[in-house]
Design a binder for this molecule. Sequence first.
Ligand code: CA
Length: 224
Amino acid sequence: MNLLIVEDNKELAIELKDFLSSTGYVCKISSTCKDALDETNSNHYDIMLLDLGLPDGSGFDILKSVRKKQSKIAVIVVTARAELDDKINGLHLGADDYLTKPFALTELQARLFAIVRRLGGFTQNELDLYGFKLQLQDYKVTYKEIPIKLTKKEFDIFQYLVLNKNRVITRMQLIEHIWGDILEVSSDSNFIDVHVRNLRKKLDKHTTLEWFETVRNVGYRINI
Ligand code: CA
């Protein structure tokens, strides 16, 4: 999941980035409205944490702009302002959730899980499919109670495909969502196939994977 942290308090921004990167999100920080708008215009983000008080304007302007573009990005407004007016205003403008500073990182994590689930159309933290169980919060996969040992990357790939079920996900999308900026990784995308092959090998031991489809020369799709 790609996450944009819009926050002008450097310390807080870095704390959020460190925490969220360690829990598997690919994060970038924007500290101004202008930078946040440039980022959302040029890159794909799944989720935005949005501070309201920014040096060159209000976070509401960013929210208005991304909603005008009908972007599906999920927005959590993170603000020191606890006033009801701000909350109502934000909800009218299309915010998905609210956090009032100061907040516990575990609370942020729980809110993010709820959003990730919603993005994938699931209602629980545990995803069931064909006997497999994915536990989003613990990065665990089991098949009929038998634990399957996946690497972090394999879990992330599996989870991303499941959350985007029934859609073809290209190699480039997987790289963007799991490794971050394409420019930071090798221009050769074949390495993704190695991770997918290993993932399949581990899943294959338990079932025949007719639901896990390779779309030739394009990418992968999980049919649910
Ligand atoms: Ca601020």
